[in-house]
Design a protein around this ligand. Structure first.
Ligand SMILES: *Cc1c(COP(=O)(O)O)cnc(C)c1O
Length: 510
């Protein structure tokens, strides 16, 4: 059989139903085989080689669909990274929950557009509303009775494509809260839009968002201790910049060590200094703590914040992409609403309350399916398993004399460094020794990436507990416990691998 997409404009016409169905079943098998492969990569090539292989002009002649699939499988797929490999310990989630994959596929097939409701997404809009309410409920934000959901401004949240868009929307809300109608009149006196962020551990999306919403470089970095705000420093910054602060950002799980901020304390300090400041929590990682009665205490105080970003595509086993911005007061989204005769001005049109996004697919269906199949109990188990796996990894790591853990894990991340022979974790180690530690850990990461057998993440990180040297910037390796296929044996193996590589590479470092 050979399907040609040229003779019949659409292969998905009823006449071709059988052939299309067979073909798409094959595609599902290709996808699952990919996820089930043990390796992260089947093939590793330099970027220029991949460029020269894949960047070509569109041929004139048509090709059978079979042939295109075959060419994809042969040349492109082996180069793709497989986050579901048990050796992929690097980032967020593997996106392999079967229910969420089903939701993702059905969203493709149904082609709903969440921009409007009445004709574009008659039921999808309400699935999206249900999911937003479930997320709100897990965090502890209240929900009005269903009968009182009369418009999108009664829901208290929006689905976006990622934490970056959610954070950018939050910064627009903060800007409008500080100086109403800036959206229409333009930015005046940009220095009134200061935003406090924790030094060295913030996510770049906040600074980018401030640039995008036109207030410029207004981030004010405040010192941290143990990857949380130094509250005395926060108080001083609020006093020093009084009247010039539009928002304070707190991380429920920063993107490096996933340390959860003491939210209630930050709230109390900020509100005492200036009750009009917009309080935003970036809970891209911290959402997971909301699933479990054992972990939820870490988020104490979150419901006092004006807005919360969550990133289910990082912590809920759903395929990319899916984020939500939730707001304490649902009506606050009016401040960033768009009115257009292209978006229906109907009560349930999400296009009105989702800045930066026009046409939007049914992103929330994969989460709806995932949450319904797990239920509250399943979500709690998922969160608890991940956190206990991170603690187990930490315990294994502590048995290695040359590996040093840089924090106690709150959630699923564990950051650590290899210490070259002769360097003891007794502060303060010299600046020269910090350079050696960083050089060897960067080599370890480079080598690991090039070999492709394991994947650990790397980034800069302040030595915020002063385990080595107060004020030093380290380049640690990071393990992430979000992968259900990673076993204890894998954890022990990767630690041995890092220790061995460190031993092999430390001789190259001066
Ligand atoms: C990943 C991340 C973001 C950005 O989210 P995307 O989904 O990548 O757009 C924002 N904040 C934190 C803390 C993150 O870890």
């Amino acid at each position: 059989m050979s399907l040609r997409s040229v003779d019949n404009e659409s292969t998905a016409t009823p006449a071709d139903a059988d052939a299309t169905s067979k073909f798409l079943h094959r595609v599902v098998d290709v996808g699952l085989d990919f996820k089930h492969q043990p390796d992260i990569f089947r093939t590793r090539l330099q970027p220029e080689r991949v460029r020269d292989l894949l960047v070509f002009e569109l041929p004139r002649e048509s090709r059978p669909l079979d042939a295109v699939l075959e060419s994809f499988e042969r040349t492109i797929l082996p180069l793709c990274k497989n986050e579901a490999s048990p050796r992929f310990l690097g980032f967020g989630d593997t996106g392999d929950d079967p229910a969420s994959l089903a939701g993702g596929l059905l969203a493709l097939f149904t082609q709903q557009n969440l921009i409007n409701q009445s004709f574009d997404s008659p039921s999808a809009t309400f699935v999206e509303i249900a999911v937003l309410r479930w997320l709100r409920d897990l965090l502890g934000y209240g929900n009005p009775p269903v009968a009182d959901i009369r418009t999108v401004w009664d829901v208290g949240g929006v689905i976006t494509h990622g934490g970056t868009t959610s954070n950018a929307t939050a910064m627009m809300l903060a800007r409008e809260h500080k100086a109403p109608e800036t959206m229409h009149g333009g930015v005046r006196n940009p220095e009134q839009f200061g935003v406090i962020v924790p030094r060295g551990i913030g996510h770049y999306s906040i600074k980018s968002a401030l640039n995008w919403v036109g207030v410029g470089d207004q981030a004010i970095e405040v010192d941290t201790h143990g990857f949380r705000y130094d509250l005395a420093a926060l108080e001083r910054a609020l006093r020093r910049h009084h009247g010039q602060i539009m928002a304070v950002i707190a991380y429920a799980g920063d993107s490096r060590t996933q340390t959860v901020e003491h939210l209630r304390q930050v709230h109390d300090v900020v509100r005492a200094a200036d009750p009009r400041i917009w309080l935003h929590v970036d809970a891209c990682w911290g959402l997971v703590a909301a699933f479990s009665d054992q972990l939820r205490h870490q988020l104490d105080g979150i419901t006092e914040f004006d807005s919360v970003t969550v990133d289910p595509h990082k912590v809920m086993a759903v395929p990319y992409s899916l984020s939500a911005l939730l707001v304490r007061q649902p009506s606050s989204l009016r401040a960033v609403s768009s009115y257009s005769d292209l978006i229906m001005q109907e009560d349930y049109a999400f296009g009105q309350v989702t800045p930066f996004i026009g046409t939007k697919g049914w992103l929330s269906l994969k989460l709806w399916m995932m949450m319904l199949t797990h239920g509250r109990d399943g979500l709690a188990a998922l969160a608890e398993q991940r956190v206990s796996k991170a603690r187990r990894f930490a315990a294994l790591l502590d048995e290695h004399p040359q590996l040093l853990r840089l924090h106690d894990p709150d959630l699923a991340a564990v950051a650590f460094v290899y210490l070259p022979t002769g360097i003891r974790p007794e502060p303060p180690v010299s600046e020269h020794q910090i350079e050696r530690i960083n050089a060897v850990n960067q080599r370890i990461h480079e080598r690991t990436l090039a070999e492709g057998t394991w994947f650990l993440h790397q980034f800069s990180l302040p030595d915020d507990h002063a385990f080595l040297r107060a004020g030093a910037t380290l380049y640690p390796l990071r393990f992430m416990a979000n992968n259900p296929r990673t076993t204890e044996a894998h954890m022990a193996e990767v630690l041995d691998y890092v220790a061995k590589l460190g031993g092999d590479l430390e001789g190259d470092i001066q």
